[in-house]
Ligand binder design. Structure first.
Ligand code: SF4
Length: 243
């Protein structure tokens, strides 16, 4: 399969999710480059300043309420709002809660979450409480199926507001859905990973989802390269092999 066929197959496979990106547009690569996107990736505008991030996040949670804006409300146990430092320099955005997250009401607390903790604490040498961790969807899709466009459309305003409130310096997009949503692109994660993009003026580093790493340990070296990029972007020291 050549590159174009590969991209077409990915588009067909994930067309419904990508359709939900239509609210902000999915610019053609050439148009994105003309618009000045970082490394040829598109920008989706700039952030509006908000006040105190703690108050802003509390207001967003209040607005979310006992949300029934999409069909996922009926199968959830808890809304997973996301958690961490409201003034985080670094934010991680994944796809949706899984079973453990739905049970506990916290993002990334299952096996993939433990691996994310290792990436943050052992790789980045940061505390998990220093960063913000969240998802595009706040409720678990049944059987962990992929997000559907109406669900993304209903839920994404809350993530957009969370990002506006926290205003991190860098956002790591976890996996295909996290990376594609942030970069408003149809390109597969295998192609956007390793490049630095932009979401409304904030630098985005797409990388493999921790759940993928559980099945493909060899991909951990890619994630380490991406985390070194994150450290450089944050102006933090990059640990050597013996650290
Ligand atoms: S996924 Fe988001 S929009 Fe849908 S019910 Fe849950 S909180 Fe509301």
């Amino acid at each position: 399969m050549n590159e174009r066929e590969d991209l077409l197959a990915d588009l067909l496979a994930h067309g419904r999710f990508l359709g939900s990106l239509g609210t902000v547009g999915v610019p053609r690569p050439a148009a994105a480059a003309e618009a000045g996107g970082v490394a040829g990736l598109p920008s989706a505008g700039t952030l509006e300043p908000v006040g105190d991030p703690v108050a802003a996040l509390a207001a967003i949670r209040e607005d979310l309420g006992d949300c029934r804006r999409c069909k996922l409300w009926s199968g959830r146990k808890t809304i997973v709002f996301g958690q961490g430092n409201p003034r985080a320099e670094l934010m991680f955005v994944g796809e949706a809660p899984g079973a453990d997250e739905d049970e506990q009401g916290l993002a990334f607390v299952g096996r993939a979450g433990q691996l994310l903790t290792d990436i943050i604490e052992k790789g980045l040498k940061m505390k998990r409480s220093e960063v913000w961790i969240g998802n595009i969807l706040k409720c678990r899709p049944p059987q962990n199926r992929n997000p559907e466009p109406d669900e993304v459309l209903s839920c994404q305003p809350f993530l957009e507001r969370q990002i506006d409130a926290i205003r991190p310096r860098v956002i790591v997009g976890l996996g295909k859905f996290g990376g594609q949503w942030l970069l408003k692109t149809a390109e597969p994660i295998s192609r956007i990973r390793g490049r630095v993009g932009e979401y409304r003026g904030i630098t985005v580093v797409p990388t493999w989802h921790p759940a993928y790493l559980l099945r493909n340990a060899a991909a951990k070296k890619d994630v380490w390269e991406d985390m070194k990029t994150v450290l450089r972007l944050l102006g933090r020291p990059v640990p050597g092999p013996r650290d």
